[in-house]
Ligand binder design. Structure first.
Ligand code: RB5
Length: 147
């Protein structure tokens, strides 16, 4: 199963840097755009990317915008998506270990490419711990069902 990556215009340069890193690691991914720095609307790309995950085509995603926050707000509106905007290694690791996050959101105006690559690696390589954390993730799903 492959990853999926997407951005708006502000996140585009970081997306391209991350793609180079994924290529170096030999990891397969789909790029849902945007494909240049022309101004566009981040909710469009967040929804596209999340659809690739909820359909089962891709197992996890990376979204880049200026802050990472707009993308995370949009992605978390989609049932089955647990998105985390991260700018430090601890958060990137534990949003996988404890929240079973399936989308990592990065701010191109917040983190540089070097740190972003580290965050991506932690997000890809850290397994969900399950156990008591599974119960909590199930409770997140209950909130989705009720709302
Ligand atoms: C675009 O200027 C910017 O608002 C967007 O990339 C993002 O940071 C929103 O959260």
């Amino acid at each position: 199963m492959k990853l999926v990556i997407g951005s708006d215009h502000a996140g585009f340069p970081l997306k391209e840097e991350i793609k180079k890193h994924l290529d170096e690691r030999g990891l397969e991914y789909e790029d849902v755009g945007t494909y240049d720095t022309k101004s566009c609307d981040y909710p469009v790309y967040a929804e596209k990317l999340c659809g690739k995950i909820t359909s089962g085509e891709c197992y996890r995603g990376i979204l880049c915008c200026g802050t990472g926050i707009g993308m995370s707000i949009c992605a978390n509106k989609v049932n089955g998506i647990r998105a985390a905007a991260c700018s430090d290694c601890f958060s990137a690791k534990f949003t996988r270990a404890h929240n079973d996050a399936n989308v990592l959101c990065l701010g191109a105006r917040v983190v540089g490419a070097g740190l972003a690559d580290e965050l991506v690696d932690l997000f890809i390589d850290t397994e969900f711990e399950g156990g008591r954390h599974q119960r909590r993730v199930d409770l997140i799903t209950e909130i989705e069902k009720k709302n």
